[in-house]
Design a protein around this ligand. Sequence first.
Ligand code: G3I
Length: 301
Amino acid sequence: ASTLGAAAAQSGRYFGTAIAAGRLGDSNYTTIANREFNMVTPENEMKPDATEPNRGQFNFSAGDRVYNWAVQNGKRVRGHTLAWHGQQPPWMQSLSGSSLRQAMIDHINGVMAHYKGKLYAWDVVNEAFADGSSGGRRDSNLQRTGNDWIEVAFRTARAADPSVKLCYNDYNIENWTWAKTQGVYNMVKDFKSRGVPIDCVGFQSHFNSGSAYNSNFRTTLQNFAALGVDVQITELDIQGASATTYAAVTNDCLAVPRCNGITVWGVRDQDSWRSGDTPLLFSGNNKKPAYDAVLNALNSA
Ligand code: G3I
């Protein structure tokens, strides 16, 4: 196959990208995005500050722009994200305790009602674990509402839309030897053993050049899948876009039956949040060597 999406589809997988509503007027951008990708994650438009700017007043205009572009072009959509310490609207940042807990529940219900039955997956909870050696939770206003906030978010989400996959999404959980990876693994294991609804784990995969990517990523994907969840690579970008590393990550997903697909975090280098890192598969209108490496890996599966 000659595009990333079609090549991934040969093994029943998808190949996606983050899409920014503000770039949908750029025809060079939309031409590449439409041709190459068959899964879309709104880069910012379904985050809490975008969807609930005032408490109880939901705004889906930007989220719907991305959603409608995707669906009109035959793509599926991953919702990102419902409960997160980042990109909270100011009113939410100022809450704590039981009022914040209730606001989180209301937010999940309000946003999921709007997109009910329409999405491939939701990143229900994003980035709840700490970096470093603790393996524990990240401190945040949500964490301070009580350690059960994550499971409450997932139970709320399941009730709000039983048809969508419910995912936990994080970064720096790709390396099996890292404490953060083990912390998330133990949470998923605990959720599965107690019947807390969780369907998938998203591995953001923001890699630096050099040592950040480790070939034990495949082990990590296999071990999580063995707990009975799907796994997805959700925000892939690699500083410098080494073709070898891009191929290795692609092959890691292809080696794991429950790895459903790969999403890169933007279309062209100029669209990336990592300005100066040239971490994506396109530069301007041009395919980079990493693009060919990924396409070849997908076609060899
Ligand atoms: O929309 C405002 C605009 O009105 C304002 O004029 C401008 C001035 O700074 O800011 C605009 O908001 C920016 C927003 O992107 C939209 O462009 C924010 O400042 C900026 O912080 C925000 O960055 C996003 C970042 O998340 C913030 O958390 C990036 O685009 C987005 O790629 C990035 O994505 C995250 C994932 O959600 C979670 N995993 C990590 C990943 C990379 O950081």
